[in-house]
Ligand binder design. Structure first.
Ligand code: FE2
Length: 437
């Protein structure tokens, strides 16, 4: 079967590259004050969460900002799973403080909250105004935002390199987000030494987020298969797979195949944890330009409808399916379904992750899809991640609700290499239930 990525269509021949400004290396967190000052900062809002606020990372950042002679106020009330309510609470802090620059030190929730706070403090509006259609109005961000220096403390979300902020809209029980190039941080400071203290379960979950960013970017609908935007300047960030994103995706998968298991097993394996942090940055840059697709769409519903599941190593007050786990649970079934659209790409992914592909017919969607799905399942087992939706509390009675929670993720589903509607989603969720099917 021909690979859809090789077809020339009457879609968008061009692709754009939104490169991230990124500084990567051990110890760069201590450079933050100087970088903020160079971006013109005088009065800085530092976003983090209560758990991180007690760790040395925030103190290192705070000291560096003070040493650079900048005013500083700390907001440590970021929610583990941000909502419209928590975004707006952060925005009112930002508005009241009259800040001219933003700094975030934390995981994806912290960085996303900082993006939203800067947006709503700078261009106040009803919350749904900027939220992606069809949940929100999808109104473009009106203009530039103050500079934001993002410092990730996990090795997964890639939020420091993207213009996306994700949250739950509580009144609608929908997980969605805001996507705009204006939200992309002015600078990502990636200090891999901060990942040395992460629990194994956090590394595993964020590692699968990295792998899925790369897998989904590389297998996304090709940019040539997407209709042209009304105006060239309105070309979306989720533009589909493209040569720029392919570079980052393939290297991130290679590094993930080599280092994910080692990074989970041994916190002292500096080479593995640093390599995974670099893979996270590469995959973030890739999906920031290509967009992710169905596994991330399914993840919104899987995380949003969680019942009682709690993951060891995470704050245990609330049931929670960590983002990376919610993403990878649907991934094996999705890649079995999408393999026919581009078998070469799916086979390349399986090989980079470490699968033995000898004997696999490279043009057989079934064989190619199976080998990639099996390799993902093997990695999930090897890193003690829940194996299927049954393991996080779902059963066949939940399929309709999971489909309803996913079908609204139009931006993601449209980026898949095959048409995805409600019947396809239902069969993907059923196939992901495992023993609960
Ligand atoms: Fe993700």
């Amino acid at each position: 079967m021909a690979c859809a990525h090789g077809l020339v269509t009457d879609g968008d021949e061009a692709f754009s590259i939104d490169a991230s400004n990124l500084v990567f290396g051990r110890g760069v967190l201590a450079e933050i004050g100087d970088h903020a000052k160079a971006l013109g900062a005088k009065r800085v809002a530092l976003f983090t969460d209560r758990r991180l606020a007690k760790l040395p990372h925030v103190e290192i950042a705070r000291a560096s900002i003070v040493e650079a002679g900048l005013d500083l106020a700390v907001y440590d009330d970021v929610a583990v799973e941000p909502t419209d309510v928590s975004f707006l609470a952060a925005a009112s802090f930002a508005r009241a403080g009259s800040f001219d620059a933003y700094v975030s030190v934390g995981g994806g929730s912290v960085i996303d909250t900082c993006k939203a706070a800067a947006l709503y403090a700078t261009y106040p509006a009803d919350f749904l105004t900027y939220v992606n259609k069809p949940v929100g109005g999808g109104v473009p961000v009106p203009g530039p935002l103050p500079p934001h220096v993002a410092c990730p403390t996990t090795c997964g979300t890639g939020s420091e390199t993207t213009g996306i902020a994700v949250c739950d809209v509580l009144s609608l029980s929908a997980k969605t987000g805001i996507a705009s190039r204006r939200l992309r941080p002015a600078l990502a400071l990636v200090d891999p030494s901060v990942t040395s203290t992460l629990p194994a379960t956090v590394v595993a979950a964020s590692g699968f987020d990295v792998l899925c960013h790369a897998l989904e970017s590389y297998t996304a609908r090709p940019h040539r298969a997407r209709a042209r935007a009304d105006r060239p300047s309105a070309r979306p960030m989720s533009q589909g797979s493209n040569p720029w994103s392919d570079l980052g995706s393939l290297e991130a998968l290679r590094l993930g195949g080599l280092y994910l298991e080692r990074a989970v097993r041994d916190p002292s394996d500096t080479e593995a944890r640093e390599s995974l942090a670099w893979a996270a940055s590469l995959a973030g840059i890739a999906f920031g330009n290509a967009g992710v697709h169905v596994p991330h769409g399914m993840a919104y519903a899987i995380a949003g409808l969680v019942k009682g599941f709690k993951m060891p190593g995470y704050p245990d007050a609330e049931p929670l399916v960590p983002h990376g786990v919610s993403v990878v649970l649907g991934a094996p079934a999705v890649f079995r379904a999408t393999a026919g659209a581009c078998p070469e790409r799916h086979l390349a992914c399986a090989k980079l992750l470490g699968a033995d592909i000898s004997g696999v017919d490279p043009v057989s969607p079934k064989e190619v899809g199976d080998v990639l799905a099996r390799e993902l399942a093997r990695l999930m087992k090897a890193t003690a991640v829940p194996a299927d939706l049954g393991a996080v509390g779902y059963d066949s009675g939940d399929v309709d609700a999971l489909v309803r929670g996913t079908i609204v993720q139009k931006r993601l589903l449209d980026n898949a290499p095959i048409p995805i509607g409600e019947p396809e989603l239902a069969s993907l969720f059923r196939a992901s239930l495992g023993g609960a099917a």
